[in-house]
Design a protein around this ligand. Structure first.
Ligand code: PLP
Length: 360
């Protein structure tokens, strides 16, 4: 098998140890003679997978007891609707911070279900900065404030959650589990799995008890109803069992590697090295303000965009895959989630140096 580094933004690289474990267990899960994807979600085997994964995720996050973990479907995009349906009542208003493509989509979807006020908007900086919180419009009367903790396309990341007096909701799809998180500051946190958790098809949602006690604020499909899903242990209907199982293997892997503190150290080191090189290169540039650069998704452009296709062809030949930037912004993007080792970043940098020497 050829050794490659996959810089895809999502679905993204998974830890090799996780894939090998899934392969070993594929035909015969724990002596059952069956694959875990062939058994009932209500049977003893899958119950074990589900319970263990929830316990491991709780341990990883040091999750307070007043939070429920839901395993839902439909991706983060479905949560763009589920959040207002569960949290936004008639006559109420939701506050949103717009830091890029994903916030923009979350805002548009929320507007279909209620009144939304954008209290801070980074559009004027072409989404290369996050406005300081003292410059945001007041949101004291909002039903909740929603922010995107990491903009996967623009490469802009909140370094800490905003401090507000209203329930805080966050789309953490692309930086969930990349560092320790004080969940207690939030009412709801959600993340599509395919960036930093596991296979596509699964969405992890953390919901605080007071949200569940209050109940949904509008008519909501039962499969999107946080209360109904919580009561049913995320098994109101058939969950994406295989994706859930692989996510569970990732949680085990994270714990065995030292948990989220270790991940934070590794992720900081990888990002620092890549940004450091980009900034000093004089050939590659990253447009994002330093205080809010993403540690997960690092977009960069070449001094001459005419060289983009050559860069992509040559990097792919060296096993450095999926570096093409999102179609909406162009250029390049290196996504370096938990599963990307420092060796992958080092190989990318040495390719970039060599490319600059030959074409710069
Ligand atoms: C990928 C992504 C989404 C969309 O996820 P889907 O699972 O495709 O719905 C939303 N928000 C962020 C921050 C993302 O990275």
């Amino acid at each position: 098998m050829s050794e490659v580094y996959n810089f895809s933004a999502g679905p993204a690289m998974l830890p090799a140890a996780v894939l090998e474990r899934a392969q070993q267990e594929l035909r015969d899960w724990h002596g059952s003679g069956m694959s875990i994807m062939e058994v009932s979600h209500r049977g003893a085997q899958f119950a074990e997978v589900a319970e263990q994964s929830v316990a491991n995720l709780r341990a990883l996050l040091k999750l307070p007891d007043n939070f429920s973990i839901l395993f839902m479907q439909g991706g983060a995009t479905t949560q763009f609707a589920a959040v207002p349906l569960n949290l936004l009542g008639p006559g109420e208003r939701a506050a949103y911070v717009n830091t890029g493509s994903w916030s923009t989509k979350a805002i548009a979807e929320a507007r279909r279900y209620g009144e939304v006020e954008v209290v801070a908007d980074a559009a004027s900086s072409n989404f290369s900065d996050i406005p300081a919180q003292q410059d945001w419009a007041a949101c004291d009367s909002a039903a909740y404030l929603h922010y995107t903790s990491n903009e996967t396309i623009g490469g802009v990341e909140f370094q800490s959650p905003p401090e507000v007096a209203v329930p805080l909701v966050s789309d953490m799809s692309s930086n969930f589990l990349s560092r320790p998180l004080d969940v207690s500051q939030h009412a709801v946190v959600y993340a599509g799995a395919q960036k930093n958790i596991g296979p596509a098809g699964l969405t992890v949602v953390l919901v605080r008890q007071d949200v569940l006690e209050r109940g949904s604020r509008q008519a909501v499909p039962r499969t999107l109803d946080y209360v109904a899903m919580s009561k049913a242990g995320s098994m109101l209907n058939t969950p994406p069992t295989f994706a859930w199982y692989v996510a569970g293997l990732v949680f085990e892997w994270l714990l065995s590697e030292g948990g989220l503190t270790t991940m934070a150290k590794r992720n900081d080191a990888k990002a620092e090295r890549l940004y450091g090189y980009i900034d000093e290169s004089g050939f590659y540039t990253n447009p994002v303000a330093k205080h809010c650069r993403s540690r997960m998704n690092i977009p960069f452009v070449l001094a001459d965009p005419e060289l983009d296709s050559t860069f992509l062809a040559e990097s792919a030949k060296q096993g450095l895959l999926n570096l093409k930037g999102h179609r909406s912004v162009g250029g390049m993007r290196a996504s370096i989630y938990n599963a990307m080792p420092m060796a992958g970043v080092d190989e990318l940098i040495s390719f970039m140096q060599d490319f600059q020497k030959r074409y710069g």
